[in-house]
Design a protein around this ligand. Structure first.
Ligand code: ACO
Ligand code: PYR
Length: 541
């Protein structure tokens, strides 16, 4: 691979990513994320802005050991009226001991006039002096040319003189920033082409924002025009609409465009893990539809798609999902044909002859149920039960004879207003001498919780496998909102067992408690089926 094919990656998750609304990293988060980035093979890891806040100060005071990546501090040029050697902001960066320092500076004449309110020539001195000081102190200087594209459009000569000042003062990388995120790919490609006539591409970088949904495209356009360093963030975090998503850029630059980005095959296969790790740390729901790494990035729903994917996955997949650590999913819904059903059955270990009449019956059943309001795309356990029941494989572990739920709001002994629910269930379970009718009562903080508790009380003595099963998510959706309180509701439940295995079930009814019971009942049945609970052994118990 020749040198011009090498594109360096610079991660700014811990700095620009920290500017995302709702994101607030702890020092522990920063350490864990920096280590993941290093293990992935990112060239530069920007840790934050030493001197800007206590978290970044603590992080830079005791930075993680990164065997591979260049740990980088971010800050701004010296302030007007201060010398570079006596500027408190610059001193904080130099005190951080990080081997590389990236400083942001103005390149749009409008910002120099309005935000800094200094003569334009003085801004050039701010930039050059700061870069020279960093270099003189033995660090690698990088220059983030703020608002470069807007600046270039307004006054190309001045914008160029700013980046040239940085380059001539010794900046290893001059990073052209689309700070407001409004530049389009064709503009980026053309402007970078102009700049590359003055500063070699091997010293140019790109930093884009996603305000027109073009951050990744703009980065690609810049690379095509010659830049050899790309700044971005994990999952596209960043100020306002975010930065270029490195998790999209990495496979695109490497697998599709053939650049050497220093990421090994093993690193590439960790992309899904890294994306989810970040979401877990930030307590955010992962974007199912994220390119490459989303749960749905290789999910096939349309019957025509699945039919072809079954013959050859490349028919509807732009890359092999395993390259980025993802996997293929086949969804079952009213968009399904026989191929979806057969593929899903195979996935769960059921081998049916494709010509078996029951497959057609199951396709019709799924479509009818979806018409009634069920959604099996997302409730895979309910689909598996539906299929296995159609094949006569699921025993009747228990039978509900009746349930009743009471809700009460009252003042408790401490003078607090509390709402409590009480559920009574009557279920028929296998007993040593034939079916037993068990009646249980339980309280809960809501009707579904009370129902869940009452059912477990009845079932756990017979089926110990249910011990440790817990509800982890509960969602209600109104299906025909125009009917107001008479609307049909769909309840989706996610359950986990004590080993951390999770499964999702669905229930539908005009009555939300009834819909919840149906989803709950499927969830319990699924747990029993998977645990291999046998009715005979339950009877023995
Ligand atoms: C495009 C980007 O995303 S750059 C990164 C932006 N990120 C952040 O700002 C997050 C961290 N920032 C902070 O914690 C604070 O802003 C600090 C600590 C850096 C500075 O805080 P303060 O000293 O209170 O200043 P404040 O944030 O109000 O304003 C910034 C000042 O820097 C000046 N300034 C802005 N850019 C530059 C620059 N490149 N070079 C020199 N001075 C600059 C502004 O003109 C302003 O000066 P003024 O106070 O004389 O008007
Ligand atoms: C430096 C930076 O974050 C920007 O210009 O957007």
């Amino acid at each position: 691979m020749n040198e011009t094919n090498r594109v360096y990656l610079y991660d700014t998750t811990l700095r620009d990513g920290a500017q995302t609304s709702g994101v607030d990293f702890t020092v522990a988060d920063k350490i864990a994320i920096a280590q993941e980035l290093d293990a992935l093979g990112i060239d530069y890891v920007e840790g934050g802005w030493p001197g800007a806040n206590p978290t970044d100060n603590a992080f830079f005071a005791d930075p993680p050991k990164l065997p591979r990546a260049i740990f980088t501090a971010f800050g701004m040029t010296r302030r007007p009226g201060r010398s570079a050697s006596n500027d408190p902001g610059l001193s904080a960066l130099l005190d951080s001991q990080s081997p590389a320092i990236c400083i942001v500076g103005k390149t749009w004449d409008f910002h120099v006039d309005v935000a800094l309110a200094i003569p334009r020539a003085e801004n050039l001195a701010l930039i050059a002096d700061s870069i020279r000081e960093i270099k003189a102190r033995g660090r690698e200087p990088l220059f983030d040319a703020e608002h470069f594209f807007d600046g270039y459009k307004a006054n190309p000569g001045y914008a160029l003189s700013c980046v040239q000042a940085a380059y001539e003062a010794g900046a290893r990388w001059v990073v052209l920033c689309d700070t407001n995120g409004g530049t389009l790919p064709h503009e980026v490609e053309s402007i970078v082409g102009q700049v590359a006539k003055h500063i070699p591409g091997s010293h140019l970088g790109i930093h884009t924002h996603n305000d027109t949904e073009n951050a990744v495209s703009n980065s690609i356009a810049a690379v095509r025009a010659g830049v050899r360093l790309v700044q971005g963030t994990l999952n596209g975090l960043g100020e306002r609409c975010g930065n270029a998503n490195l998790l999209s850029l990495i496979p695109t630059l490497s697998v599709k465009m053939g650049y050497d980005i220093g990421i090994t095959k093993e690193g590439m296969a960790r992309l899904v893990h890294i994306s989810r790790m970040l979401d877990e740390r930030l307590n955010r729901t992962s974007n199912r539809h994220a390119a490459y790494v989303g749960e749905s990035a290789f999910a096939h729903k349309g019957g025509l798609h699945v039919s072809a994917v079954e013959k050859d996955p490349t028919s509807y997949e732009h890359v092999d999902p395993s390259l980025v650590g993802n996997r293929r999913h086949v969804l079952v819904s009213d968009q399904a044909g026989r191929s979806n059903i057969l593929a899903r059955l195979r996935e769960v270990g059921v081998n049916v002859d494709p010509k078996d009449d029951r497959v057609g019956v199951l396709v019709d059943l799924v479509k009818q149920k979806e018409f009634e309001g069920f959604a099996f795309d997302g409730a895979e356990a309910s689909f598996e039960l539906l299929a296995r029941r159609a094949l006569g494989e699921v025993p009747d572990y228990f039978r509900l004879a009746a349930f009743r739920v009471l809700d009460e709001r009252r003042w408790n002994a401490k003078g607090e207003l509390v709402t409590l629910s009480e559920a009574t269930t009557k279920v028929e379970v296998p007993g040593p001498n034939g079916p037993d009718n068990v009646m249980t009562v339980a309280e809960g903080n809501g009707p579904v919780n009370a129902l869940d508790q009452a059912l477990r009380k009845a079932l756990i003595p017979v089926y110990p496998a249910l011990d440790g099963m817990r509800l982890v998510d509960y969602k209600v959706r109104i299906l025909n909102a125009q009917d107001g309180t008479k609307a049909v509701t769909r309840v989706m439940i996610e359950t986990a067992d004590r080993h951390g295995q999770r499964w999702a079930t669905v229930g539908v009814s005009a009555n939300v408690i009834d819909a919840s019971f149906n989803a709950l009942s499927d969830s319990i049945t699924y747990c029993l089926y998977r645990s291999g609970a046998a009715i005979d052994s339950a009877q023995a118990a």
